[in-house]
Design a protein around this ligand. Structure first.
Ligand code: AVI
Length: 323
């Protein structure tokens, strides 16, 4: 029997699109210019991010995989049977598919901002796991309201929300708390959140992870300017900006910047933004949470039962949390 073609729906209105453009424009015109990190993930950006995950310097992916492999059976035993596996920011789905081999899931819900990737992920998943229903939702779920609709899409099955890779670290702490609260609200009595979270560590290790020797992260960062050009019809020249990654210990976050290499004027819709030499655009924050700090955040969000799993060095944490 050929697997059914996975259903794909979109949660994006024209209003959202306008709001996104407006926020992007405002960010670029602000005294401290910024670009929302979601623009890093166009098709090219997704491919570069996948390459980053395989770099020697980028420890989070392999450290998290090590924790998953080591504790897979223990975690799987704690998950509800017949669950729906909600893969938040699923990318190529590789991490989730490892889990689907060990858990009793009835449905897989892939959620991602990149619709082409999502389509491929659903198709390969449906081929590999013909007994599981595959559906996809294109959205950026940066607003809890969107997440509500994602989870409500299949309320009759107990959800396992899967949010690996420390993507929660790309939200400002207040927004991270709102997102965790929204997740908690939709778990019902038996639902679970399985989430990967990076920890603070030596500055050299952190900065190398975000500024690798091959320059893949630099390309990933500069590519955002091409995405912005497409979105706003602007004329950023990526060659005019250098990648920089710094660990800000006060805020426990790695910051990615694009530093203007020359004095330049960039046209943005009917306006223009001047960049002096050395002036920079903030493109991403990647917050690093200690075990205590993230446990506290989960409690604040209303999670009552919290287990955590770590590697030997405490370099990364996986939390399994339920209401
Ligand atoms: C997706 N996210 C968890 C990555 C991170 O580590 O914050 C994005 C990334 N940026 C540069 N390298 C990887």
């Amino acid at each position: 029997l050929a697997p059914a073609v996975p259903a794909l729906s979109r949660i994006q209105t024209q209003q959202d699109q306008q709001h996104t453009r407006q926020t992007l424009l405002q960010g670029l015109l602000a005294p401290q210019a910024r670009i929302c990190p979601k623009f890093l993930y166009d098709e090219q950006g997704c491919a570069l991010y996948n390459a980053i995950c395989n770099l020697a310097e980028y420890y989070p992916t392999r450290t998290e995989a090590g924790i998953f492999n080591r504790y897979r059976n223990e975690i799987a035993r704690k998950l509800p049977r017949g669950c729906q596996w909600v893969d938040l920011g699923c990318g190529d789905g590789a991490k989730a598919f490892e889990w689907l081999m060990h858990v009793n899931a009835t449905r897989y819900v892939g959620v991602d901002i990149a619709s082409d990737w999502l389509q491929n992920t659903l198709q390969s998943g449906a081929k590999r796991f013909p007994e599981i229903e595959f559906i996809g939702i294109v959205t950026d779920f940066t607003k809890p309201l969107k997440l509500d609709r994602v989870i409500a899409s299949a309320e009759e099955m107990t959800p396992v929300l899967f949010y690996p890779g420390s993507s929660i670290g790309n939200f400002e702490p207040e927004a991270a708390l709102s997102l965790l609260q929204a997740m908690r609200m939709h778990l019902g009595r038996d639902g679970k959140l399985l989430i990967g979270v990076d920890t603070p560590k030596d500055t050299k290790l952190l900065e190398a992870a975000y500024d690798d020797a091959l320059g893949v992260t630099a390309a990933f960062n500069r590519n955002v300017l091409r995405a912005v050009n497409r979105e706003l019809g602007s004329d950023f020249d990526p060659r005019g900006f250098a990648h920089r990654a710094v660990f800000n210990a006060t805020h426990s976050r790695v910051e990615m910047h694009l530093v203007s290499l020359r004095e330049q004027l960039v046209h943005l819709e009917s306006q223009a933004r001047h960049f002096a030499v050395g002036e920079y655009i903030v493109t991403e924050h990647s917050y690093k949470y200690s075990t205590e700090r993230f446990t506290e955040l989960l409690s604040l969000a209303g999670f009552g039962r919290i287990d955590h799993f770590s590697d030997e060095t405490g370099g990364f944490n996986v939390f399994l949390a339920s209401p």
